[in-house]
Design a protein around this ligand. Sequence first.
Ligand SMILES: [Zn+2]
Ligand SMILES: [Zn+2]
Length: 200
Amino acid sequence: MRDFFGKPRFHCTSDGCTCGDFQPLKQKILEEEGEEAVSRFKSCQGRSMVELTCGTCGHNVSDHALKPKLGRLLADPGPASYKVTAHGVCFRKPGFDPAQPKILRLTGLTPGTEVLATGLLWRGQQGGLWAELRRAQACALRIKGGGWLLVEAAGDDFGVQGPLLEAAAGPVEWKKGEFHVLDEDATPPPGICSASGKKE
Ligand SMILES: [Zn+2]
Ligand SMILES: [Zn+2]
């Protein structure tokens, strides 16, 4: 997931480590022991230790790659939102890391359904283009928890021709050289479902 500074962090590069995705120790403690346990790390040193250590493998955040193992992240930001095209079908990678092979097929989507994206784009090794989802989405999309949606496949890899998503907004604005600082949990506009599925 993203680190304290907003950079995406993928697999661990430390020798022999099989950790697939950075998760701050802070989040792990929060989930397993609650907020009080986290508040024990009050000092500056303690706070940065729980933010910058991976709770899964114990290695430092800097040992976790800034790029997925396969494919490549695009340097320029993509649109902040998309609309589902007439295909009414989407393919979703549910994990933070788009290099993971798991893909879910979503069918019966109403064309025009809005999809909110972080602007981060990934070109898969087969050539398909994927857009990272914000964690909060319009209720109509029935997707929670982020991941990636296929914008356009290469050829007919997925049995569909042409784009599955079309841009509905301009590109997300990134400061020069800071493609990574966009908050994947950016507050959605009113009428949008939060990650928990509740309308805000
Ligand atoms: Zn590790
Ligand atoms: Zn790790």
